[in-house]
Design a protein around this ligand. Structure first.
Ligand code: SF4
Ligand code: SF4
Length: 364
């Protein structure tokens, strides 16, 4: 494993680190095996945004005896209510779920405490206002319950402001080859360097889409924002090339790919032994088009749904025509009442309601 300095924190973290979002709801022994393999491979930074109590209990066991050797990243404002993930700005609830994090992870501090998933001016102002989530995070830092403060989001403008605020030590932001030409992204990367803010790259495969769908599936044209758009196949993008693109970007400290099992983890770890030729992403970059608004990356930031629809997996099932995965979901897309709450929360401008309609028509 290779390690990089996490901005001004001076911590050294593994450049292949781990997002844990795909381990939710998997059996305890499976999850523990994946985490132990990651630890054995030298991974020492873990992003832990899920607040589901049972998941935290399992992860707490997985990190037993390893706590001193790893950096755990918690998210302030990520909660679990009525059986679903929910991002909140309420101080009491945020505090309750962070204290719960410490208890269930059997620790008395988080290494990085992220101001969770903030996009848009209004939300940013809410978080940063006096007495808001930012002040709560600063209190936790002062008390020693958080070593460093982070900011996670998907919007260049607000991420840039957070970086320049001088408050945050770490930024978590989507970086992938398909987003190469996102306006002002390079400016954001430069700002991270100037302010010595560590950059954790998330969504490096755009929810797996860059690897699976683009390379292996026929994708029919469909409507986005009322306009027909045809998704084209990209050139061959291997996981190794995709990772190398991200790790080659200025300011990026580490990637946090998610994995469901050990083979997926090994796929990402294989990067470490690859040749320069295998890492070459130039052909894919030439071929790939701008990653457009409206593309679901299955992140579930649009939850909660009043009908308890697990939106990301429904869309993934639809887009991969995976009837089996759809059948395993608790609530079908037919339950969608078209309230539009999810669309207002999606940071990627996905039109969820038509997706629910398509899933209902396809799978029943
Ligand atoms: S609709 Fe948006 S927020 Fe919901 S899973 Fe897809 S990309 Fe994520
Ligand atoms: S529009 Fe449908 S999927 Fe979205 S939150 Fe409302 S009921 Fe749930």
């Amino acid at each position: 494993m290779d390690y990089r300095r996490l901005g001004r924190t001076d911590e050294k973290i593994s450049m292949i680190s781990l997002g844990t979002e795909y381990l939710i709801d998997l059996p305890e022994d499976h999850v523990i095996k994946v985490i132990r393999r990651a630890l054995d491979a030298g991974i020492n930074y873990f992003d832990l945004f899920w607040a589901k109590p049972e998941f935290r209990d399992i992860m707490g066991k997985a990190f037993e005896r390893a706590r001193r050797n790893v950096l755990l990243a918690a998210h302030l404002g990520s909660t679990h209510q009525d059986g679903q993930y929910k991002a909140v700005r309420n101080i009491e609830k945020s505090s309750l779920f962070f204290e719960d994090f410490l208890t269930r992870y059997r620790t008395n501090y988080a290494d990085v405490l992220f101001l969770h998933n903030s996009d848009g001016r209004e939300d940013y102002d809410e978080i940063m206002k006096p007495g808001g989530l930012k002040d709560l995070a600063l209190d936790y830092k002062a008390s020693g319950k958080a070593k460093y403060i982070g900011f996670s989001g998907h919007t260049v403008d607000t991420a840039m402001e957070a970086v320049k605020s001088g408050i945050i030590d770490v930024l978590m932001f989507p970086i992938n080859i398909a987003g190469h030409a996102v306006p002002r992204k390079q400016e954001l990367l430069r700002a991270c360097m100037e302010h010595d803010v560590g950059l954790i790259a998330m969504k490096i495969f755009a929810g797996g889409k860059l690897l699976d769908k683009w390379n292996s599936m026929e994708i029919p044209g469909h409507l986005v924002g009322g306009k027909e758009r045809k998704l084209e196949r990209s050139g061959n993008l291997s996981p190794v090339a995709g990772i190398h693109y991200v790790l080659s970007q200025p300011a990026v400290t580490a990637v946090v790919p998610g994995c469901r099992d050990i083979p997926e983890l090994e796929r990402d770890l294989a990067y470490l032994g690859c040749s320069a030729g295998e890492k070459d992403y130039s052909a894919a970059l030439k071929d790939i088009r701008q990653f457009e608004e409206g593309e679901c990356v299955y992140c579930n930031h649009c939850l909660p749904c009043p009908q308890s629809i697990d939106i990301g997996p429904v869309i993934r099932s639809l887009e991969t025509s995976n009837r089996e995965a759809y059948a395993a979901l608790t609530v079908p897309a037919t339950e969608c009442v078209e309230c539009g709450e999810c669309e207002s929360r999606c940071p990627f401008g996905v039109e969820v309601i038509p997706k629910m309609q398509q899933a209902a028509a396809l799978f029943g």
